[in-house]
Design a protein around this ligand. Structure first.
Ligand code: ADE
Length: 228
């Protein structure tokens, strides 16, 4: 999968993809991530990428011109399955969306700033708008990093153990059960007996019960959506 990210703050996106699973996915050739600096596409002599909003009001708006230039250039090179705009007023990101995106070939992601982008960018280029939660970040970069991480780890072959993504929280609308590792007792706090029993049928049953119990307590809304 190829992912192109358009940003005015490329430095913010250097870290998240250069370690661990994101790094491995790129080394294995399963994902290619390209960061494009929107400022390089500004024809303004000061390399400005924003302007005052028509109608007045506080806050700058990202201009259409540099963004359109870079999107047109990339679209001329290949077909994009989605051109996504990260914005707090977008559709709420959920595991099902990450699953869906993980089987695409080419995705472009636009990170917003200030008051947002000129509405004409959204109308004419953007195919999907996503929010990572009901709060406002300073810009779309951290949201884009969250989206890319959640998608790339699902690309077949990225995780060593394929089943580990399938048993993640949310994959079946349930949160994950508690997990433990050695030692079996620390400070008098014991690992539940059943996990040490070697009886895998009982272990599976215990995990399912705990997953349901945790979901009921913390995210009852997920159980409601199972009934739909
Ligand atoms: N940009 C600013 N806040 C955001 C959010 N919550 N989700 C996605 N993009 C954003």
């Amino acid at each position: 999968m190829r992912i192109d990210i358009l940003t005015i703050l490329p430095a913010l996106l250097e870290g998240p993809f250069s370690d661990s699973i994101m790094k491995r996915a790129q080394e294995k050739g399963l994902s290619e991530i390209y960061i494009h600096n929107i400022r390089n596409y500004s024809s303004d002599k000061h390399k400005n990428v924003d302007d005052y909003q028509y109608g007045g009001g506080a806050g700058m708006v990202m201009s259409i011109e540099p963004i359109a230039k870079i999107i047109e250039q990339l679209k001329a090179e290949r077909k994009y399955d989605e051109i996504i705009y990260m914005t707090p007023d977008g559709e709420l990101l959920e595991q099902s969306i990450s699953n869906e995106l993980s089987i695409k070939n080419n995705i472009m992601i636009l990170c917003g700033h200030y008051k947002g982008v000129d509405e004409r960018v959204r109308e004419h280029y953007i195919t999907r708008e996503l929010s990572i939660g009901s709060y406002v970040l300073s810009g779309g970069e951290l949201a884009a990093a969250v989206l890319v991480d959640s998608v790339v780890r699902l690309i077949p072959g990225v995780l060593n153990n394929e089943t580990s993504a399938l048993t993640d929280s949310f994959q079946d609308n349930l949160l994950s059960p508690p997990v433990y590792t050695r030692p079996p007792e620390y400070n008098g706090w014991k690992v539940p007996e059943v996990l040490l029993s070697g009886d895998f049928k009982s272990i599976d049953k215990w995990r399912e019960e705990k997953a349901i119990e945790r979901t009921k307590k913390r995210r009852p809304d997920l159980l409601d959506s199972n009934e739909n």
